[in-house]
Design a protein around this ligand. Structure first.
Ligand SMILES: *Cc1c(COP(=O)(O)O)cnc(C)c1O
Length: 383
């Protein structure tokens, strides 16, 4: 599809890393010289700094974002026979964590305008065996966490925040980790804070949960060759930790730049009738991991953009319940997730972009929408 030269890349990590190459190389060299190759000082330094960044008591570095969710579920006692409410429109990791813990994912449809779960939908979806809710701060924005955490508290449900897309995001001034019992982060390279390989972390204010996750990530052990529980090997790699410590210094600056880019898109794209722009939740400080628009002729628009050198992505083209991986499960129709999968389009977003590139992407998107007049109806119409 993207055979033409890319003039506006979706993301350009090399460019971002080139800007801080000396620091990154220095960080890697320090780890090599230290001999601290498993856990140790570099992991602890990042954990302390990221806990502080998220305004949380504890951070436990793990192997990746999937493990951050899985280990959170296990640490909080979720397992076989339990139902866990999850969004119908998320990356499959949210569901897999539940399945791998032996529990059942119960799909909850999102609000069609914010694409986030809300408390009312949770109420409709709750089952007698429901034990936990995983909220996903999709695209970098938190839903009304005051209502959701209150909903969970009243019903005795564990609340886990899948914060893989929301480093630094806030709801009413509080960051992920403040609302749920645990918040799971991914540092997959393309995230707002990304490693140069796989990495993840759990942030929590609860001492017992933190200790349990610390054991679980390290063979169930805190003291070498003494194993308290059936653990895993999912430790944050010190090389990744050192890189992340370095990049964490820039995260606020990068998130601020993402905000500027989002504002630029809003001002340039406001009068395109066939295009639905993202909706911001009142009280939410969005960190714009993704800038996701909706269009009824998404595939045609995307093709036109690709031919013009504007690189876009789709998050996500197939919802988890439609994946072959879940073919053995019976899920009800999930029309919102299914429709969003055909209409969402992620525009180029990241600190690598210049204002000129954002303007060019917007200009070409407006032209592409004009070429699709037949289907120019608002995607925000209710189902
Ligand atoms: C990236 C992502 C994950 C998984 O992270 P990995 O580090 O790739 O395992 C989980 N949930 C969401 C919403 C994500 O975007």
């Amino acid at each position: 599809m993207e055979k033409n030269e890319i003039t506006v890349p979706f993301l350009d990590l090399q460019q971002i890393h080139d800007g801080i190459a000396d620091e990154l190389n220095h960080a890697v060299a320090k780890v090599i010289r230290s001999g601290a190759y498993i856990l140790g000082e570099f992991v602890e330094e990042f954990e302390a700094k990221f806990a502080r960044y998220q305004h949380s008591r504890h951070c436990i570095g793990v192997g990746n974002g999937l493990d951050a969710i899985s280990l959170s579920l296990r640490a909080l006692g979720i397992g076989p026979g339990d139902d866990v409410l999850v969004p119908s429109n998320t990356f499959i990791a949210t569901w897999l964590a539940v399945t791998h813990a032996g529990a059942n994912p119960i799909a909850v449809e999102p609000d069609p305008t914010t694409h986030l779960i809300d408390a009312e939908k949770l109420q409709e979806a709750i089952t007698p065996r429901s034990k936990a809710v995983i909220v996903v701060h999709l695209y970098g924005q938190m839903p009304d966490m005051a209502r959701i955490s209150e909903f969970c508290r009243k019903r005795g449900l564990v609340l886990i925040e899948d914060s893989a897309q929301a480093h630094g995001a806030e709801y009413r001034g509080q960051r992920a980790g403040a609302w749920g019992q645990a918040a799971a982060f991914s540092f997959y390279p393309g995230k707002n804070l990304g490693a140069i390989g796989d990495a993840g972390a759990v942030v929590t204010n609860d001492d017992a949960t933190a200790n349990k996750i610390r054991q679980l990530r390290n063979y169930g052990s805190e003291q070498k060759y003494v194993h308290e529980c059936l653990g895993f090997n999912s430790r944050l790699d010190p090389l990744q930790a050192a890189i992340l410590t370095c990049k964490l210094e820039y995260l606020d600056q990068w998130n601020a730049r993402r905000r500027e880019i989002a504002n630029l898109y809003f001002s340039l794209l406001q009068d395109v009738p066939s295009l639905v722009l993202p909706r911001i939740v009142t009280g939410s400080a969005h960190v714009w991991h993704l800038f996701v628009v909706q269009h009824k002729s998404r595939d045609a628009v995307r093709k036109i953009l690709a031919d013009k050198g504007i690189q876009t992505l789709i998050h996500y083209p197939i919802p988890p319940h439609k994946q072959n991986a879940y073919a053995m499960n019976q899920f009800p129709a999930l029309p919102v997730a299914e429709r969003l999968a055909t209409e969402v389009l992620s525009l180029p977003m990241g600190p690598h972009l210049t204002d000129q590139q954002v303007s060019l992407a917007a200009e070409r998107l407006i032209a592409a929408c004009k070429q699709q007049p037949a289907l120019a109806t608002s995607a925000a119409t209710p189902l």
